[in-house]
Ligand binder design. Structure first.
Ligand SMILES: CCCCCCCCCCCCCCCCCCCCC/C=C/C(=O)SCCNC(=O)CCNC(=O)[C@H](O)C(C)(C)COP(=O)(O)OP(=O)(O)OC[C@H]1O[C@@H](n2cnc3c(N)ncnc32)[C@H](O)[C@@H]1OP(=O)(O)O
Ligand SMILES: Cc1cc2nc3c(=O)[nH]c(=O)nc-3n(C[C@H](O)[C@H](O)[C@H](O)COP(=O)(O)OP(=O)(O)OC[C@H]3O[C@@H](n4cnc5c(N)ncnc54)[C@H](O)[C@@H]3O)c2cc1C
Length: 667
């Protein structure tokens, strides 16, 4: 970007920056080579003239919008082929390389489920022969798939799914059926008109026995004509709050037959005669969900970084109101309330990225152990992935909404892109495991851990702190980062203990454990949240400390300020918990508040530099308010002029409706 086109405010902000932005970019990407590779792909895609929209997406009809998304995503896939040839499952790790999709369509790609769930399920749940047959075809997009699990009647309760797969040993086939309205598959992305295959999660029956849900590889459309195969009823579910171009669909089966070997057989198998061979652990069927819950953190970090870039740059450009009489209007970023809205979101993006990478490394290790037959760490991984996915998605949505509010009226414009990012992030609270449902899964793990504390057993690593805080004394508070982390652990232990006690107190004679659990569930979710906050604080602080030692002192200082801001912000937000479970005093809280305000002031001069460090191209940001050059007002006007309503000075509705109304009023 030529600096002479950049508005004066952003030029000044960039001059103020105390660290090398390029260094931060490389750190986020994971090295100079990774930055270069990402930029090369982004450059090729974003400068392809076929990718540019003449009419902005949001003015298109629902149908046109989908067709445009498909057209452009097919171009993207063609371009990406060259860059993804060497991609294998083994070298996959979440990274910023995958964000290019936002430079192609503003909303969600109809192919997202193909990449995000269809391929991972084939890789993780097929046996070697199946993998060799299906994965290359899926990788090259010779076949296009999705993940069809949720039904009209059931999403959270997977055991309640109603689609049936009944084995017929005479033909060595499974017969798929949708027995009633509520058993229609409902929601899968790309299912409606994009995919020709899908993973169908269905209740398995063989030899008259029921064996629970299993995944099946199912072709639903003819490869040549794309016409739904006989016995398949498929369509689109309609417009939503967001995800307009995701092509979410419904699917029903009427005695639809698939070969026996189309059941994904890495974990459980059905033999030719219908004999069922059990999986080593029936929860391995849920493996793709664990994978996605893990990588969602990285996705949330990216969406937050987009929203942060938009809101921070806009706040530097925008002037409003006078702080002192007769002085120029302030850049809104200089109002401390504005910094309070912005900087925690910026910091949260970094926290999610580093905790996300830590979670990814844990996932890789546990998966390797599972491969060797050791399932010991699976419950802990599941508990971690559940609460982190749930809390981070909810936090991300709150932060994006705050960024939108920080942009005032202009943040309400679709052209700011904040509403679309809002829709994308809000959806993640529900999909891949609804918030409360996942929090209660972690609570199950915490209750077992508390049993372990009472029995003086050694606990697994992420809950071992519970033993430290098992007595009733309030924990000694220290106004340091270590003190804050310890305070969050004390709060988590205290809440876990109380939730446990609440279950016991509800367990009167004649009360089932499940009813007692339900009665205590608000406290259980609260305990899960506290546990998750303790993890987010501990891991982000140790990771940011580690990273700060790998970079120049100037950048290291900024990383630590961001990490400390996160800890301090949450200490203040959760002061009630800290007052309950630690010896924190009102004077300590006043000190935390003062430090928080100090951190806002320390971060302020680097704010634009820090979001520049996310290195998000204008085409990927898609925002009138957040572009690198800060020409906010020109862009807002340019975009407004694209409204089809502005193509004619008088709309025909005037003559048809308004004028007759006015004439009638005269009579
Ligand atoms: C080869 C080349 C490869 C190239 C690379 C390609 C890869 C590309 C990746 C690219 C990345 C792109 C980025 C994509 C971004 C992300 C994509 C996002 C897609 C979004 C679209 C959304 C999709 C969906 O929503 S799919 C549907 C998801 N549905 C759910 O999540 C349902 C939630 N419900 C549940 O999970 C369960 O029903 C649950 C857990 C609530 C209860 O299950 P249950 O069977 O009823 O459980 P129960 O019998 O009570 O037993 C509980 C018991 O089991 C334990 N448990 C439960 N789940 C698990 C698990 N998953 N793992 C381990 N253990 C589990 C639980 O802990 C209990 O144990 P106990 O307490 O001991 O009894
Ligand atoms: C944008 C989007 C994309 C999606 N994409 C896909 C896809 O590609 N493939 C796919 O298969 N699915 C997909 N889904 C479906 C998604 O996985 C489900 O919507 C999700 O798992 C929640 O299930 P549900 O809709 O049945 O909600 P419900 O389970 O009906 O939840 C409704 C309410 O009931 C509460 N509740 C439910 N059970 C419990 C419980 N045990 N304890 C306490 N409270 C409970 C919940 O907390 C919630 O408040 C998608 C959904 C969305 C929104």
């Amino acid at each position: 970007m030529a600096e002479h086109n950049v508005c004066v405010e952003l030029v000044r902000e960039r001059q103020k920056c105390t660290f090398e932005v390029q260094e931060l970019i490389h750190l986020i990407d994971g090295g100079i080579t990774a930055t270069e590779e990402r930029r090369e792909v982004e450059n090729v895609v974003c400068t392809d003239p076929r990718i540019k929209d003449v009419v902005p997406e949001e003015y298109l009809s629902h149908k046109e919008r989908y067709e445009n998304a498909i057209r452009k995503n097919c171009i993207l896939q063609e371009i990406l082929k060259k860059y993804t040839e060497k991609r294998t499952w083994d070298n996959f790790r979440p990274s910023n390389k995958y964000r290019i999709s936002s430079g192609v369509v503003k909303d969600i790609s109809p192919f997202m489920l193909h990449t995000g769930m269809f391929i991972p399920t084939l890789v993780n749940q097929s046996d070697d022969e199946q993998k060799a047959k299906w994965v290359p075809k899926a990788m090259s997009m010779e076949i296009i798939g999705t993940y069809a699990q949720t039904e009209l009647g059931h999403g959270s309760f997977i055991r309640g799914l109603e689609t049936t797969a009944t084995y017929d040993p005479n033909t060595e086939e499974f017969v798929l059926n949708t027995p009633n309205l509520t058993s229609y598959k409902w929601w899968p992305g790309g299912l409606a008109h994009t995919a020709n295959h899908c993973i169908v999660v269905a209740q398995l029956y063989s030899k008259g026995q029921h064996y629970g849900v299993h995944p099946f590889f199912v072709q639903i459309r003819d490869i040549e004509t794309h016409v739904p195969l006989p016995g398949i009823k498929v369509g689109e579910i309609g417009p939503k709050l967001g995800f307009q171009t995701a092509n979410n669909g419904f699917l029903g089966f009427e005695n639809f037959r698939i070969p026996r070997r189309n059941m994904l057989m890495k974990n459980a198998q059905v033999l030719k005669d219908g004999t069922y061979i059990k999986s080593k652990n029936d929860k391995l069927t849920y493996g793709t969900m664990v994978f996605v819950r893990v990588i969602i953190l990285f996705d949330l970090a990216f969406e937050l970084s987009r929203a942060a870039t938009i809101a921070v740059r806009y706040s530097a450009v925008r002037h409003q109101s006078q702080l002192k009489a007769n002085e120029p209007e302030l850049q809104i970023i200089d109002y401390v309330t504005q910094q309070h809205k912005l900087f925690i979101g910026v910091s949260t993006s970094h926290v999610f990225r580093v905790v996300g990478l830590w979670l990814w490394n844990t996932y890789v290790k546990v998966n390797a152990d599972i491969g060797k037959g050791n399932m010991d760490q699976l419950p802990e991984l599941h508990a971690l992935a559940c609460c982190l996915k749930a809390v981070c998605s909810r936090d991300a949505a709150a932060r994006v909404e705050e960024f939108r509010l920080a942009c005032g009226g202009h943040g309400f414009m679709t052209s700011s892109n904040l509403p679309i990012i809002n829709g994308i992030v809000s959806a993640s609270i529900t999909y891949e495991g609804e918030f409360s449902v996942l929090m209660l899964q972690t609570a199950r793990f915490l209750m077992k851990a508390w049993n372990g504390v009472l029995a003086r057993k050694t606990l697994t690593p992420t809950v071992s702190y519970l033993s430290k805080f098992s007595n009733s004394d309030r924990v000694q508070w220290a106004n340091t980062t270590a003190g804050i982390i310890s305070g969050f652990q004390a709060a988590a232990a205290g809440k876990t203990k109380e939730a446990y006690a609440a279950i016991q107190s509800y367990l009167k004679p004649g009360t089932d454990y499940e009813d007692a659990w339900n009665s205590a569930s608000v406290q259980l979710v609260s305990a899960s949240e506290a546990h998750c906050r303790a993890i987010l604080c501990e891991i982000s602080w140790s990771e940011m400390q580690r990273l700060s030692k790998t970079v120049s002192p100037n950048l290291g200082k900024v990383l630590l300020e961001l990490a400390e801001l996160y800890l301090t912000y949450w200490s203040l937000e959760k002061r009630g918990d800290l007052l309950m479970y630690t010896t924190i005093s009102t004077a300590d809280i006043a000190k935390l508040q003062a430090r928080y305000e100090e951190l806002l002031a320390l971060i302020r001069p680097n704010a634009v530099g820090i979001v520049d460090g996310f290195d998000i191209r204008d085409e990927i940001l898609n925002s009138t308010l957040g572009a690198y050059d800060g020409r906010v007002y020109e862009r807002l006007m340019e975009e407004a002029k694209k409204s089809p309503l502005n193509a004619e000075p008088v709309n025909e509705s005037f003559h048809k409706y308004i004028k007759p109304l006015m004439l009638k009023a005269k009579l």
